[in-house]
Design a protein around this ligand. Structure first.
Ligand SMILES: C=C(O[C@@H]1C=C(C(=O)O)C=C[C@H]1O)C(=O)O
Length: 450
């Protein structure tokens, strides 16, 4: 570093403002990170790994409006350029966060523009990512602790967290509160009117599909700790992305989503269409019979095809090749879905956020055509979607990363949990059948709360 007149080192633009170092750990418990209250915790586990937890804020990236995805990408480039990382790829620093579903309305306002004082989305914002101060990545039998901070603080931080993690008890699924009351955002009559209005719009305009959602607020008789809910979701949904990210000191968005939006690693990517639902059924015979209905139904096939087509069309200009694999069925605890995996090759310089921008919202959570569907959702839905059904995930310095669609999810704030669920509406949809599917989707998380 150069010395300024007077002998003081002068900051130069080249000098890294942040350093990041990693250390390999043995078998440790991540409980202290998940219990780091008011430290902006995050947890991310993909079905095929890795398992990542973090806390603290080394750098924060926020943006608003229609260019929010590009703005986050630009801010990240500046932050990663300032960051000097010395360590293995597995432990590299990453930016974690998410976007709101809509790019236009601030997430704390209601459809008519008035303030929603009780919004669970306070603190989340239209786009918010953090590069955490402390990150623990467990992948393929290796665990790496990474700290990000100023040069003189990082090794102390590594020592401190290594001691804490090595001496902590294993993550446990603690006390079970019971659900005292439940309140739906959308009573049956209002839901029927919404679906009716959506179907009418589909019959009389260009709109072909729209996903309408509801929220359900559950009041518990005690706190539900984040490690507890994450442990339960891990047991029940090993084939889903389990995630949690703090919005404020006292609220977290969490869930177990079956839906991958995009995973990009170097020159390869993976994505999928997931849409079209039937119940799982109470017996093996019922499950098989529902699955047969799922494969036979022209309506569900059309709902699903919208998603496959939109993903393929929207990726064409960005990717070098795309392969659409045969359709399968994804079976979850309460529900089963049509799933079409897709993968392909992509330029190494294409950022995962470019793909997120091209895909979100797919017709699995928005509709067809996209813009009209989003406008109709804002006009019809009485809830603030916030980050529900929106991209949530991480990316690194090279633009690699992974994003899931934030469904089967909710916000937990003390004893209040607000869950979200939606369903695709097409011509001929029946409001009561759609409501039954939404109930199954609520249940996927509700059943794990108590
Ligand atoms: C919108 C949700 O799920 C989406 C809608 C589906 C459908 O309409 O069949 C199925 C899976 C998801 O793509 C949700 O879970 O809230």
């Amino acid at each position: 570093m150069e010395n300024a007149p007077g002998g003081q080192p002068s900051p130069t633009t080249e000098s890294p403002a942040l350093v990041s170092r990693s250390r390999q750990l043995g078998d440790v418990s991540v409980q202290p990170i998940l219990e780091a209250s008011s430290r902006r915790r995050l947890s991310w586990t993909a079905p095929t790994g890795p398992e990542i937890v973090g806390c603290g804020v080394a750098a924060s990236l926020t943006a608003t409006g229609p260019s929010r995805i590009d703005d986050v990408r630009e801010q990240a480039e500046t932050q990663f350029a300032r960051l000097d990382y010395d360590g293995p790829t597995v432990g590299r620093p990453r930016a974690f966060g998410g976007f709101s579903f809509h790019d236009q309305r601030p997430v704390t306002e209601t459809p008519n523009g008035s303030d929603r004082g009780d919004s669970p989305w306070e603190g989340f914002g239209p786009a918010r990512f953090v590069i955490p101060r402390v990150q623990v990545v467990s992948a393929a039998d290796e665990t790496w602790l990474t700290a990000v901070g100023s040069d003189d603080a990082v090794s102390t931080e590594l020592d401190r967290w290594q001691t804490r993690l090595e001496s902590a008890p294993a993550v446990t699924s603690g006390e079970s509160p019971t659900i005292e009351s439940q309140e739906r955002s959308t009573p049956t009559d209002a839901w029927r009117r919404q679906v009716h209005r959506a179907v009418e719009t589909i019959e009389s305009t260009e709109l072909q599909k729209i996903v309408l959602a509801q929220s359900l607020t559950a009041t518990l008789d005690g706190d539900l700790a984040l490690p507890t809910i994450l442990t339960r979701l891990q047991r029940r949904y090993p084939a889903c992305y389990r995630f949690a990210i703090d919005g404020t000191d006292s609220s977290s968005f969490f869930g177990a989503t079956p839906e991958r939006l995009i995973a990009k690693d170097g020159t390869t990517f993976e994505t999928e269409a997931l849409a079209g639902s039937v119940p799982r059924g109470e017996t093996p015979e019922a499950e098989t019979s529902h699955a047969a209905d799922l494969r036979r139904s022209e309506k569900l096939d059309a709902e699903h095809a919208f998603v496959v087509d939109a993903i393929r069309t929207n990726l064409t200009a960005l990717v070098e090749s795309i392969t659409v694999r045969p359709q399968t069925i994804k079976r979850l605890a309460t529900i089963q879905h049509l799933q079409t995996p897709m993968h392909g090759r992509i330029g190494a310089n294409t950022h995962v956020l470019d793909i997120v921008r091209a895909l979100h919202p797919t017709p699995a959570v928005g509709g067809v055509p996209q813009t009209q569907a989003c406008e109709t959702i804002r006009a019809i839905e009485p809830i603030d979607r916030g980050w529900y059904a929106a991209p949530i995930g991480w990316f690194d310095e090279h633009g690699d990363g992974e994003f899931a669609v934030g469904i089967r999810s909710g916000v937990i704030a003390g004893e209040t949990v607000t869950l979200f669920a939606g369903n695709g509406i097409v011509a001929g949809s029946d409001a009561d059948e759609e409501a039954a599917e939404i109930d199954l989707k609520f249940r996927s998380i509700l059943d794990e709360l108590h």
